[in-house]
Design a protein around this ligand. Structure first.
Ligand SMILES: [Zn+2]
Length: 341
């Protein structure tokens, strides 16, 4: 099974597309991505993230040649440590991945560091953990026959869309609760930041001898965190909070607005009757299952995890081998209404 997942403004999984692949070859991935292209097209700022599997990577080059393709740093590190071992190198890789500026890092050919992320899609995720969340989401259905599996996923999407739609209606606010909580926590430490105003919209903000330049009307801080994540960084927040009457909500990207979350979940998925009540269109009559190829050895069920891999305590680690996902960023807030899912 292949799935394309996205993240909504509340950091929740939003399933965009899923399908059954014949196998993980280039043709199957190309078929899947062509279907994805038909559904969502090429929204402004679209970013794809994957584990950089060779065949998926080639298929992405075919179908989405111009799209920013990020690499999950956890998977990248798995390959890296085959040649370069040691705790300090491990720390350096993760520190580099979390850096928002090139000055912190130095240029790298692959996009696995925030310093290389474009700033349109407003997502600073450096791993594909949300794909793992999808695996956890479908865990209970994974052993079922294909039609049952697809039906269960459809049902889950239907229920989730409804639940989140009702939730968004209840939020009598401009910005989603998770961002409000983040700002509340951030605001507690702002007293330690020194703001030197240059004008109503420009300032230098210093902390422990380090200084950033904030340009409010452009939505820019020289630390780049605001541009990449879509939420004002601690420097921008310090400046905003120092201005009498200024509202921080006005500086958060629309992606995190309650209004856009409502739009994302506005689509109702139609209920379906039981398979015994389906009407045949004749196309499947006489259709035989595809020839199955048996690989050498006993079929693997458990995914072999690396010794230093982060464990999340979910069961999904045991079946990741049968479910592959790619991650989509950036198309959600502005385009989900047109997805037709
Ligand atoms: Zn900043």
């Amino acid at each position: 099974m292949a799935a394309a997942s996205a993240i909504d403004g509340c950091n929740q999984l939003f399933l965009v597309a899923y399908g059954i692949l014949e196998s993980e070859n280039i043709e199957s991935w190309t078929w899947f991505l062509n279907g994805l292209y038909e559904a969502i097209g090429l929204p402004n700022g679209l970013v794809l993230a994957s584990d950089r599997q060779k065949r998926l990577e080639e298929a992405i080059c075919r179908v989405y040649p111009s799209v920013e393709h990020r690499t999950c740093v956890r998977h990248m590190y798995k390959n890296f440590k085959k040649k370069f071992r040691g705790k300090s190198l491990q720390k350096s890789v993760w520190a580099a991945a979390r850096s928002y500026t090139i000055e912190d890092l130095g240029k790298k050919p692959e996009i696995w560091s925030r310093s290389q992320f474009s700033t349109v899609c407003k997502c600073d995720y450096i791993t594909n953990n949300i794909s793992e969340a999808f695996n956890a989401w479908v865990a209970e259905a994974r052993e079922r026959p294909v039609l049952d599996l697809l039906d269960t996923i459809k049902q889950k999407i239907m229920v989730t869309m409804d639940k989140r739609r009702r939730m968004a209606i209840k939020w009598n606010d401009d910005i989603v609760p998770s961002v409000k909580k983040y700002v509340r926590n951030l605001s507690r430490g702002l007293a330690a930041y020194e703001v030197q105003r240059g004008s109503d919209s420009k300032a230098e903000v210093s902390y422990k001898g380090q200084r950033c330049e904030v340009l409010l009307t452009d939505g820019i801080c020289s630390c780049r965190k605001w541009q990449v994540s879509g939420i004002p960084c601690v420097h921008a927040m310090s400046f905003i909070f120092s201005i009498r009457g200024a509202k921080w909500e006005e500086y958060v990207d629309l992606y995190f607005s309650v209004e856009k979350t409502g739009v994302a979940y506005n689509l109702e998925i139609a209920p379906m009757p039981d398979i015994s009540q389906w009407i045949s269109n004749g196309q499947l009559d006489g259709l035989l299952p595809p020839l199955s190829r048996r690989l050498t050895g006993r079929p693997k069920k458990n995914r072999i995890s690396a010794a230093d891999e982060i464990k999340f305590g979910y069961k999904y680690w045991s079946f990741r081998i049968v479910i592959d996902s790619i991650l989509i960023f950036g198309c959600l807030a502005t385009n989900i209404g047109a997805l037709g899912l």
